[in-house]
Design a protein around this ligand. Structure first.
Ligand SMILES: Cc1cc2nc3c(=O)[nH]c(=O)nc-3n(C[C@H](O)[C@H](O)[C@H](O)COP(=O)(O)OP(=O)(O)OC[C@H]3O[C@@H](n4cnc5c(N)ncnc54)[C@H](O)[C@@H]3O)c2cc1C
Length: 309
């Protein structure tokens, strides 16, 4: 068992005390608002701090979970042992203009929220990221998940990404090397802290970009249960079926265990009506999977990640 007090003391040597929290309530750090405590939550603001946390975790034989904005995870009720590294590497830099100013390369820190980048690009009249403006995570989470919506995906706009492996080495990999697929990238298979993404965007007009962002936002409001805590689509789309449609046809909209419920607005979302426990959500998910399998003989996969204990 790692010595949490010792890790806390070690971290404080190079990271400000107000960035380190013991027994952090993960309800406060996830959009689902579910989960027990993390032993230590440390917010990092730059690459040096990320490297230092890795060093301390190694020295103390302690595990690390990298947290972005916590919008695609379900934390279990007993919480997370070891360190939660909460990423807030937060910068946006224009790198260069290409093709006589047609394309612009932009380097973005992995802790920047998609909405913040989208607003910045809108102000700069740069198009290509409107699809992600309403995806409530960070750039790091979006790269790992190849986040997408409304016909766009991260893989369409990313040039390359830079990450730190757990031995403290920095690597830069091209878009192709990321091996993107539907809600998948190579980062699903390795231990890494994504540090930044270099993107390409095209010049457009404020009005065109704003119109697309507004349309997407309107569609989200109409179709998604954003009035309740959730973690986005609970399940992945099937290869030859729409998962939410099958769940709906099983009559499961509104199906509840405790405060966990299959949304009545969108059957692909599990929502937290207030005090749902991870245990409730997991039981609900398993039952939904079983019903869909019984009625349609189809296996459905989770999009959200279940973490902790
Ligand atoms: C209301 C709502 C709507 C949503 N709509 C969409 C949608 O339209 N399309 C879509 O694709 N998703 C959607 N999501 C899901 C979610 O927002 C995305 O998956 C998002 O990309 C997750 O980013 P995050 O920063 O919150 O990651 P987290 O939830 O914090 O983490 C997700 C995974 O990424 C890892 N991770 C995060 N940051 C890093 C990093 N810097 N380095 C390495 N690993 C990292 C975590 O360890 C974890 O494995 C929605 C969620 C909600 C709540």
């Amino acid at each position: 068992m790692p010595d949490i007090e010792k890790i806390y003391t070690d971290l404080k040597e190079k990271i400000s005390e107000n960035q380190i929290l013991l027994n952090a309530n993960m309800k406060e750090y996830t959009s689902f608002k579910i989960g027990g405590n993390a032993d230590i939550l440390v917010t990092i603001k730059n690459e040096q701090e990320a490297k230092y946390v890795l060093e301390i975790s190694k020295k103390n034989n302690c595990s690390i979970f990298v947290l972005g904005n916590g919008t695609n995870i379900l934390v279990k009720d007993k919480g997370i042992r070891g360190i939660v590294l909460r990423n807030r590497i937060d910068y946006i830099e224009e790198v260069k203009s290409i093709d006589e100013d047609d394309y612009i390369e932009v380097l973005v820190g992995s802790g920047v929220k998609n909405s913040v980048l989208a607003q910045k690009l809108l102000r700069e009249n740069l198009t290509g990221f409107e699809f992600a403006s309403g995806i409530p995570g960070t750039i790091g989470g979006a790269i790992k998940m190849n986040a997408g919506a409304y016909g766009g995906e991260i893989k369409d706009v990313l040039i390359e990404t830079t990450y730190l492996d757990y031995d403290g080495n920095i690597h830069t990999v091209s878009n192709e090397e990321c091996n993107f697929n539907y809600r998948y990238s190579m980062f699903k298979d390795i231990n890494a802290i994504i540090l930044s993404g270099k993107f390409k965007f095209k010049r457009s007009t404020y009005e065109n970009i704003k119109e697309k962002m507004d349309q997407n936002e309107q569609a989200r409001k109409e179709k998604q249960p954003i009035e309740f805590p959730n973690a986005g689509s609970t399940f992945k789309r099937g290869t030859d079926f729409i998962t939410a449609k099958l769940i709906d046809e099983c009559g499961l909209k509104g199906y509840k265990i405790g405060d966990a419920e299959v949304s009545q607005k969108h059957a692909g979302f599990v929502i937290n009506r207030g005090n749902a426990k991870a245990e409730d959500v997991i039981e609900l998910i398993n039952n939904v999977k079983e019903e869909v399998s019984k009625k349609f003989n189809k296996d459905i996969d989770l999009e959200i990640e279940i973490i902790g204990e």
